[in-house]
Write a new protein. Structure first.
Length: 107
């Protein structure tokens, strides 16, 4: 396997960590929800409605989209949330995407 395939590359004669950065593109509502959740502890769906002022139906759609893509995790490990259970569910950002999500928020 070559050095790039192993996650390493040469830069001016020194080894440096080269990762294949995933560029994440979020729409306005997805970005708002991601910012509202933050990178610390998770938040409930009810808190997200308060913080984002997004209608509950739209918020459920955004949450399900982010869950489907894998950027968001429900603490109960649900793959989808409905109108009847999103408010009490805790959501947090997937740690595997934190670096890319931070970069997406800066754009």
């Amino acid at each position: 396997m070559d050095r790039a395939g192993a996650g390493m590359c040469l830069s001016m004669g020194r080894k440096s960590n080269c990762t294949m950065a995933r560029q994440i593109k979020l729409n306005g509502k997805e970005l708002g929800v991601t910012r509202a959740i933050g990178f610390g502890l998770g938040v409930t769906g009810a808190e997200l409605v308060e913080r984002t002022k997004i209608e509950p139906e739209d918020l459920c759609d955004v949450l399900n989209t982010l869950l489907d893509i894998g950027y968001l995790e429900a603490t109960s490990c649900k793959q989808r949330v409905g109108m009847h259970d999103y408010a009490t569910e805790d959501f947090e950002l997937n740690p595997s995407y934190v670096t890319e999500l931070k970069a997406a928020m800066r754009r």
